[in-house]
Design a protein around this ligand. Structure first.
Ligand code: NAD
Length: 248
């Protein structure tokens, strides 16, 4: 029996990077996958094909995770297509790094909207489905900088710290309905997001990581699989680091 056999997962921002790796991992373990990203492009088409090759139902939707009305419409569409939603992964996220001195109001607002408001809009839209079926697993993609902060990332760190407060509150609010909510705090993971960083910055990060390397998206996906599955049936309201020991 596969770990997520018969379950349906919705994963935001899954056209690439960590979200994509989670979609693939979930499908390999039997989950039907509804993925989202800002646009439906060739990446989405290729992912749908790859996921379907594992014998599960897979569909990508173009939807802005930070737009309440879009999320409600998305959830209606996913329920119409898949019948139910058992797992929500709030993965969509962006950076707009800048020292506070130079950070604009737009950079602050956008990061808070995409990273933090999206967790509210998606969870609010999905909760009615999970409440009705009296089960669910919600996984929020936070970051080590949400726990420890980072110079030049005040907006991003604040959004990721906010996700942790949200996670712990929802764990307490929905736990009695058998809905679990946990956060993952990845460290330095090799994706297009970190691909924008200069080589010397990357080298600096690696020196701070006891395992002396960046993580692969699949290494985050493995923890998401654990949290999504019944292996984590008594894990609720936790923040799990996936950072090679960068933060202990
Ligand atoms: P990525 O930039 O490679 O992928 C993010 C995806 O989210 C993209 O496909 C993007 O189009 C999508 N997206 C952006 N805004 C969206 C929106 N409003 N609605 C729907 N989709 C949207 O990033 P990644 O490295 O794969 O990161 C995934 C998550 O993990 C993010 O939340 C990020 O903050 C978090 N994270 C990443 C790292 C890392 O080192 N890469 C570390 C800690 C946390």
């Amino acid at each position: 029996m596969k770990l997520l056999e018969g379950k349906t997962a919705i994963i935001t921002g899954s056209a690439r990077g960590i979200g994509r790796a989670i979609a693939v991992y979930f499908a390999q373990h039997g989950a039907n996958v509804a993925g989202t990203d800002l646009v439906y492009d060739d990446n989405c088409r290729a992912l749908e094909q790859e996921l379907s090759s594992y014998g599960v139902k897979a569909k990508m939707y173009a939807s802005d995770a930070s737009d309440m009305a879009a999320c409600e419409k998305l959830i209606d569409n996913v329920v119409a297509d898949f019948g139910t939603i058992d797992i929500l992964v709030n993965n969509a996220g962006i950076t707009r790094d800048q020292l506070l001195m130079r950070m604009t109001e737009e950079q602050w607002d956008l990061v808070i909207k995409v990273n933090l408001k999206s967790v509210f809009t998606m969870t609010k839209a999905v909760q009615r489905i999970m409440l009705k079926q009296k089960s669910g697993s919600i996984i929020n993609m936070s970051s080590v900088v949400g726990v420890g902060g980072n110079a030049g990332q005040a907006n991003y760190a604040a959004s990721k710290a906010g996700m942790i407060g949200f996670t712990k509150s929802i764990a307490k609010e929905l736990g009695s309905r058998n809905i679990r909510c946990n956060a993952i705090a990845p460290g330095f993971i090799i994706t297009e997001m970190t691909g924008q960083l200069p080589e010397d910055v990357v080298k600096g990060w690696y020196e701070k990581i006891p395992l002396r390397r960046g993580g692969q998206p699949e290494e985050v996906a493995k923890v998401a699989l654990f949290l999504a599955s019944d292996l984590a049936s008594y894990v609720n309201g936790q923040v799990i680091g996936v950072c090679g020991g960068m933060q202990t």
